[in-house]
Design a protein around this ligand. Structure first.
Ligand SMILES: Cc1cc2nc3c(=O)[nH]c(=O)nc-3n(C[C@H](O)[C@H](O)[C@H](O)COP(=O)(O)OP(=O)(O)OC[C@H]3O[C@@H](n4cnc5c(N)ncnc54)[C@H](O)[C@@H]3O)c2cc1C
Length: 395
């Protein structure tokens, strides 16, 4: 990179922010990451499907030991409602947990430049630099500000105040269960596999993820919930607070958890047992969100702040990583000319965001709305650029 070292503020210190911060740092930028949460984002979240595009950079730089941070599955199995094997196919997917990946990445970022408890509230964009203003009254100037602040992005809200996530008509009930607590059928029938069951306008899947004391079985059950009163009731927590995009573990009211456990009788028995044994299932609302542009002046958006993808192709973190990688390459190529770098970077990432949004929405619609999700259909496989590129064997 030529002489000027761009000063970069990354807003959001989750996976997208860390991946972006590390890669920009490594092409010579002076990077500070600002995270709203006052405490590290440890011990939270559930399963994440890894993609080669997410991990390659970190493996190449000796920052990530895949064997340590992930588990793998070699077989994708579809079950019938009564638990018979409908179909099997070979895969080479790797799975991690949010907490494991976060801990691995945050370890490699200079702690004095990873600022917790810093809530961005406004930006003042000028021709030569950009000023970030924080809720605590502090402000600092930078050459580039990257909004990696997720689905509720403040940065996006400043650029596109009218843009809101659009409810897809269904939620993902999610949970994890330590392997030592797995009921016998779940242990015997779900371990070492990626397992799916596709029902009538519903589907459920499970895979194993690393956990601090061994491994956990991670599951997601997509269920249609009409917008309005039913959704509002589900998203109202134990203390009466109404949530919008998710309800964390421990927050879901007993009546809804009881209903979930009762309805799990319609699933293959191994899933029924798994879901009933999970102590604190939680809810993720499935939405579509896409921006019309990812760059404005010296501000850009990456990851979920720009395109929050439905989870079906498991590409959210991979897309954040792809945004980060290409941003670092564009900055490296343009030196200290940040506007030129952003202009070169934006078109391909916008195209990628639009294409992945359309593909994962199509999978969701087939599974939950039109009932045309067919087990084994290659179009529905995990992938960022194309179905199945989430496989490690392909790389
Ligand atoms: C705690 C946590 C747990 C998660 N667990 C899972 C999981 O188990 N499985 C899964 O598939 N996905 C999970 N996700 C989402 C996943 O990280 C993203 O879908 C994907 O990796 C893209 O990440 P992102 O960094 O763009 O967005 P996010 O991961 O949503 O991160 C956005 C970050 O920005 C911060 N932020 C928001 N506003 C501001 C502001 N104004 N100023 C400063 N900081 C701000 C937020 O606190 C958050 O840490 C989780 C996200 C979080 C934050």
């Amino acid at each position: 990179m030529p002489p000027g070292r761009p000063r970069v503020a990354v807003i959001g210190g989750s996976l997208g922010g860390l991946i972006t911060g590390l890669q920009l740092r490594d092409v010579g930028c002076e990077v500070d990451i600002f995270e709203r949460s006052p405490v590290p984002l440890e011990g939270r979240g559930a399963g994440i499907v890894l993609h080669p595009v997410t991990t390659r950079y970190f493996e190449d730089h000796g920052l990530l030991d895949l064997g340590r941070v992930s588990s793998s599955a070699r077989t994708l199995r579809y079950l019938t409602a009564t638990g018979e094997v409908l179909l099997e196919e070979p895969i080479a997917y790797r799975f991690t947990s949010y907490a494991t990946l976060y801990a691995a990445l945050v370890d490699f970022f200079d702690p004095s430049r990873y600022h917790l408890g810093k809530d961005l509230v406004d930006v003042a964009d000028g021709p030569a630099e950009i000023r970030a203003l924080f809720a605590d009254g502090g402000d600092r100037s930078f050459d580039l500000l990257v909004g990696a602040d997720g689905i509720r992005s403040t940065v996006r809200g400043l650029l596109f105040p009218d843009l809101r996530p659009a409810y897809a008509g269904y939620v993902g009930w999610r949970g994890t269960l330590p392997e030592r607590e797995l009921p016998t059928r779940a242990r015997e029938e779900l371990r070492d596999l990626l397992t799916y069951h596709v029902g009538d306008r519903t589907h459920v899947l499970s895979y194993e993820i690393p956990a601090p004391d061994g491994a956990s079985m991670n599951w997601v059950w997509y269920r249609n919930v009409p917008d309005g009163g039913e959704l509002a009731s589900l998203l109202t927590d134990r203390s009466g607070v109404r949530h919008d995009l998710s309800l964390p573990a421990g927050g879901v009211r007993d009546a809804h958890v009881d209903e979930l456990r009762g309805s799990a009788a319609e699933l293959p028995p191994a899933f029924t047992d798994l879901i009933r044994a999970t102590r604190e299932p939680f809810v993720q609302v499935i939405v579509d969100l896409e921006v019309p542009a990812m760059v404005r002046g010296r501000v850009c958006l990456v990851g979920d702040a720009a395109f929050a993808l439905r989870p079906h192709i498991a590409a959210g973190t991979a897309k954040a990583a792809a945004d980060a990688r290409s941003l670092a390459e564009a900055i490296d190529a343009a030196g200290d000319d940040v506007p030129a770098a952003l202009a070169a970077w934006e078109p391909a990432q916008l195209a990628l965001g639009r294409a992945t949004t359309a593909r994962t929405r199509e999978v969701g619609e087939r599974a939950q709305v039109t009932g045309t999700f067919r087990p084994g259909d290659p179009d529905v496989a995990f992938g960022l650029y194309r179905p199945k590129d989430g496989n490690y064997a392909a790389h």
